[in-house]
Design a protein around this ligand. Structure first.
Ligand code: 48F
Length: 261
């Protein structure tokens, strides 16, 4: 068969447009494709909810690819290993209660499971704003990362969603936009971002889970965003908390979606 460049071009444009059109209204918009966002997208999609994940970078996986200081291994504790087992990621006991896994295998496997479960992943797109109605977030505002990088004056487009997950990690970009632009308090003690504290893996891993919750009506925080929003420590390259946070946020949102149905 002779290949035709016009068919190849048309195939890409039509298929991509269809994908985007199909996701203009979703149950959940996940912002950030690090471990927390990917795990959340997987569990939501597996429960048959419509999920679109927006990731600024070309590659999905956030801070997990690089393990610790570019040594591409991650550590998880006993509770976190349960999630790796669910994804069939191989891990090995190092010392009692500490397990290691190859970071490349972990990211690529979780990403593949999320996509195969039905989560639609849009890479190279950044969420730059939110849509707010009656002091509740009802969607996200997206633009090409290339536009953002080139600092071009190009207006964005909008995705409507019943819930948004801020899984943007340390910079908590969605919550920061809300804090800056919306005349309403966050659901934190001070009504503002409490801010990330320095390293304390043991406490941070626990509080990541406690802080995985709604931070503004319609917006949940997961992963490192949870601790940065509600004011707790960072944990470095132990990833159990991120994985468990992704699972927890999916469960919380599924409960809410069930009530709305
Ligand atoms: O940083 P990231 O991996 O977040 P996480 O899932 O995991 C944190 C750990 O990697 C590590 C840690 C604990 O072990 O402290 O840092 O909480 O992934 C966040 C992803 O969000 C993307 C960013 O490129 C990264 O891949 N991102 C950030 N802001 C935006 C965004 C945005 N505005 N729009 C789209 N993607």
């Amino acid at each position: 068969m002779k290949l035709d460049e016009q068919v190849i071009t048309r195939a890409i444009i039509e298929r991509f447009n269809q994908k985007l059109l199909d996701n203009l209204e979703v149950d959940v918009a996940v912002v950030g494709g690090g471990p927390a966002g990917l795990v959340a997208a997987y569990y939501l999609a597996r429960a048959n909810y419509k999920v679109a994940l927006f990731e600024r970078k070309l590659s999905i996986g956030g801070g997990m690819w690089g393990g610790g200081m570019m040594f591409n291994e991650i550590v998880v504790q006993e509770e976190g290993k349960r999630i790796l087992d669910e994804f069939n990621v191989r891990c090995e006991e190092y010392e009692r209660g500490y397990y290691t896994a190859d970071s490349v295998e972990t990211v690529s496997t979780i990403c593949s499971c999320a996509a195969k479960a039905g989560a639609r992943i849009f890479n190279l797109m950044s969420v730059e704003d939110v849509i707010v109605r009656k002091k509740r977030v009802t969607g996200v505002v997206i633009n090409w990362t290339a536009v953002e990088m080139a600092n071009l004056h190009v207006d964005p487009l909008c995705i409507q969603s019943k819930f948004v997950i801020d899984a943007t990690g340390h910079p908590i970009e969605v919550i920061r936009v809300i804090e800056r632009k919306v005349d309403a308090r966050l659901l934190t003690k001070s009504g503002k971002v409490e801010g990330e504290k320095s390293m304390w893996a043991d406490v941070a891993e626990r509080t990541t889970l406690e802080n995985t919750r709604e931070a503004f009506p319609g917006v949940y925080v997961a992963g490192m965003s949870a601790n940065a929003t509600f004011g707790n420590f960072r944990m470095g390259p132990i990833f159990g908390g991120m994985l468990l946070s992704g699972e927890k946020v999916a469960k919380l949102i599924i409960q809410r979606l069930k009530k709305q149905a």
